[in-house]
Design a binder for this molecule. Structure first.
Ligand code: AMP
Length: 282
């Protein structure tokens, strides 16, 4: 496995591999890799001859008040995990190698990105679409693997690939969780001990909603109440959103449609202001 820092070098290797008939898989990440990312690399390995993992904390998807500066950067450990899971290339560029100082071209998706996280992070998906497009141009992948943990990101990127006729197959990997249900996330590191202890209640709340839907609940307000009850009115939680959306378009539903609805939440843990997202298909 080799680590590449320069975009043009990465693109040269990718173009050569494609010309030689090799199938390329790309796993875009922001690093600080955990078992969730590892599951994506494993899937990539099964679907390609050459597996590239990008490790890039993308500045354009962070708003000025967000955690870009303090986001954990752990390249050495990331390289080790990538090697253990059979990746061929780690692409770890510097931000100024990716974006020219006067970069002025962005990719904007205008439907799937509007609700949920997009409402609270209005420039986030523009940054995601732009960097993923750019990474596709460098990596020349046949397939790219993303996690269902970021369900809205998957919806937005699938729409982008469809709308722009990008010849990349998107593979979606299931959410990897801790034994107690907490979805793995690089941001879990920010949690205080008290927050970490109660954080699995978010997943428990989503499971309770799923259970209720299977018993016939379709009312969104009722579903929200069931979710909030699982958080036990604990002041460590502050729900930013609880939404029931169409699982493909992410558009808000007035009533839950069993099997076609995604229940998605963003919750602030109030002690450290860590924002956790999670979702479940019901
Ligand atoms: P990130 O480094 O947070 O940008 O995530 C990179 C990729 O890993 C994205 O496609 C995420 O959806 C995916 N991912 C992050 N956490 C998990 C998880 N717990 N389970 C599965 N995939 C994940």
């Amino acid at each position: 496995m080799e680590t590449i820092h320069l975009p043009e070098e990465f693109q040269k290797i990718a173009l050569k591999a494609r010309a030689a008939g090799k199938k390329i898989a790309l796993v875009p990440t922001m690093g600080n890799l955990h078992d969730g990312h590892a599951s994506l690399i494993d899937i990539a390995r099964k679907n390609a001859d050459l597996v590239a993992v990008s490790v890039f904390v993308n500045p354009t998807q962070f708003a000025p008040n967000e955690d870009y500066d303090k986001y954990p950067r752990t390249l050495k450990a990331d390289e080790k995990l990538c090697a253990e899971h059979g990746a061929d290339i780690v692409f770890a560029p510097a931000p100024d190698a990716i974006y020219a100082k006067d970069a002025s071209t962005f990719v904007v998706e205008n439907a799937c990105s509007q609700g949920l996280c997009g409402r609270y992070r209005p420039t986030h998906f523009r940054g995601v679409c732009t960097v993923v497009n750019l990474l596709f141009n460098l990596a020349q992948p046949n397939v790219a693997v993303f996690g269902q943990k970021d369900a809205q990101q998957v919806a937005v990127l699938k729409r982008m690939v469809r709308d722009l006729h990008i010849p990349v197959e998107i593979i979606v990997a299931p959410i990897v969780r801790e034994g107690d249900g907490l979805a793995l996330s690089s941001r879990n590191k920010y949690l205080s001990a008290r927050e970490r202890a109660v954080a699995p209640q978010i997943c428990a709340g989503l499971n309770a909603v799923k259970c209720a839907v299977s018993e016939g609940v379709v009312d969104v307000a009722k579903a929200r109440k069931i979710f909030e009850e699982a958080l036990h009115a604990n002041p460590l939680f502050e729900t930013q959103y609880f939404e029931c959306v169409d699982a493909t378009t992410m558009s808000q539903l007035s009533e839950i449609v069993p099997r076609e609805t995604l229940v998605a939440v963003a919750v602030f843990m109030t002690e450290t202001r860590t924002r956790l997202i999670d979702n479940i298909r019901v």
